[in-house]
Design a binder for this molecule. Sequence first.
Ligand code: CTP
Length: 445
Amino acid sequence: MKKVITYGSFDLFHEGHYKLLQRAKALGDYLIVGVTTEGYDASRGKLNVVDSIMERIEHVKQTGFADEVIIEDHVGQKVEDIQRYHVDVFTVGSDWTGVFDYLKKYCQVVYLERTKGISSTMLRARNYGIVRLGIIGAGRIARRMVPEAKYVSGLNTESIYHPKKEKAQAFAEKFELNNAYDDMDAFLESVDAVYIASPHETHAGYIQKALKQEKHVLCEKPLALKGAQARQLFDLAQAKRCVLMEGIKTAYCPGFIRLLGIVQSGEIGDVRDVEACFTKLEKPDTRELTDPLYGGSFTELASYPLLAIVKILGKDPQSLRFETFADEKGIDLYTKAYLRYENSLATVKVGLGVKSEGQLIISGTRGYIVVDAPWWKTKSFEARFEDSAMNEKYFSKFLGDGLRYELSDFVSMIHGFDGKNYKLTRDESVWLAEMMDRFLEERRR
Ligand code: CTP
């Protein structure tokens, strides 16, 4: 019996996929089809796959060409599969010509002519249209967003808004955007969705304006500085049937999601402690170190450690205490927050004027996990145990500045796929805003 194998994402199953499978089957007697997992696709930079893996497998099965469907979830798997299943022919479309020649050591490699004029990428754009994105703010984070957006299909960065026209124009020129505005209404008119990267205290106002005009919103953390305000904004988003998402890049990156899955599966037992640190030395003239009302380490950096804590321990600490070193203006240069939960403790450590190891350590009753610095760009972590022979290291990709992951989920949610909501829920964002409020309240006293 001649065995043939082929692989693909098979997203939004189309004629090109059908014909490929039909011809692959005709190359032998038995066809094995490998369908990629979402995690594997994300790790190789293929974002925005729309159909779930179960749907994609179902579509492949429905063709009747596949005798067996398997899941592809890691690099190097093709070599393993070909040997394990005693495969005679490996085949893929001609868009991959040459890429899999290394498999010729194990079996015959055939590149089938690709069906012209159709692809999942084209269908995504056609079915869902291109989301026109506008950016509010022209600072450091806004500048990172434009190159990242280029990696997300179905999205085009169209306009920039800044209250100072010259700044908006300079930004638009640098990043070759179509429009630069200092007029909010005209700006909102030109886009479907906005990304807000302005100073913290302006977020809520901009979110409200955008939602009122029925524009979807992705807002940099902290989304709001008061819990009640965050709640109102999410209510407004719901009323307007718009997506409102808080942009904490860690929440959406593959490594952090994998980490949470491992913690939640009980690998290190019951979690008793979470310690998360983020420090970043800043120049004295930056907004973070000059704004006595909203600057400082906590408002600037604590969203990340708090994200890890809320994801692992939840939203109901029994107590919360802050310890801070502030400068003469009252801006906190270094802050520790201590949270006590029913069965666990947590510590946040943030500093703009103190440098420390940017680690996340999660301790449990069976073992602990150390996420290497910078843990908020989760690339590698290790589960460690009393018996060190059991230790295991995990690796994930964190591509570019990592904003492409949240952007990709933002686009999926705009298209009505809300399966990604769990990565950072409304209630978690509200809790994060409450924490900001409690800190600022205490600092004002
Ligand atoms: N394929 C094909 N003809 C097309 C599109 C895809 O023969 N018009 C083949 C690919 O070469 C591959 C298989 O179908 O062997 C699965 O490809 P996949 O990457 O899932 O499909 P694309 O439509 O190319 O997806 P995307 O646009 O997301 O890259």
